[in-house]
Design a protein around this ligand. Structure first.
Ligand SMILES: CC(C)(COP(=O)(O)OP(=O)(O)OC[C@H]1O[C@@H](n2cnc3c(N)ncnc32)[C@H](O)[C@@H]1OP(=O)(O)O)[C@@H](O)C(=O)NCCC(=O)NCCS
Length: 157
């Protein structure tokens, strides 16, 4: 999928792992994203999409299945020099298309970037709407009792 001239969004491949790791790590260091080890990226690579320009990775995003009808947007991040150019929205569109093609009706995220998600058709909801998320991930998170991320949801039907 082409965005601006020369920017391509596609599924991640083996050779993307190092750049994926670096991009996610740069946001994890700021507490904006959960860190991912190279090993977990290799295991989950099938679920990742990337945006590239001239062979340079400038964005990524992934889907994580939480339940039969629910999938989470994870690790969505754009290299800071490329923010605000519609690349995040394109990757999100690709993730939506992928979720739809798998017949999953609900797409959620926990995020600090509420307005970005609202612009892309998501609505703010209570975290408790997602017991699948709370009981698989949140219970293991050190921020579980002081979580300041906002839950957002998009119905894909
Ligand atoms: C959130 C993020 C992925 C957005 O990607 P992006 O490529 O910069 O976003 P886009 O250019 O596609 O923006 C789409 C729209 O959302 C708006 N938008 C983007 N980020 C915004 C923000 N922080 N606050 C308000 N509006 C925002 C843009 O203005 C644009 O609106 P427009 O279409 O009216 O111009 C990117 O800023 C990022 O990597 N943030 C840090 C990591 C992060 O928090 N990821 C979310 C994890 S769930």
């Amino acid at each position: 999928m082409e965005t601006q001239i020369g920017i391509q969004c596609r599924k991640a491949i083996d050779t993307d792992v190092d750049a994926l790791y670096e991009l996610i790590e740069s946001y994890a260091e700021q507490g904006i994203m959960l860190p991912r080890s190279r090993e977990s990226l290799i295991r989950q690579l099938d679920h990742f999409f990337v945006a590239v320009q001239d062979d340079k990775m400038i964005g990524c995003g992934s889907l994580f299945r939480l339940g039969q009808d629910l999938v989470e947007v994870r690790s969505l991040g754009i290299n800071k020099e490329y923010k605000g150019n519609g690349i995040g929205s394109k990757l999100l569109e690709l993730l939506e298309t992928e979720a739809r093609s798998q017949g999953i009706p609900k797409l959620m995220a926990l995020t600090y970037e509420v307005r970005f998600f609202q612009k892309n058709g998501f609505q703010v909801v209570e975290k408790e709407v997602f017991p699948e998320k709370v009981w698989t991930d949140c219970v293991h998170c050190k921020k579980q009792h002081c979580c300041d991320e906002i839950a957002v949801l998009k119905m894909l039907d």
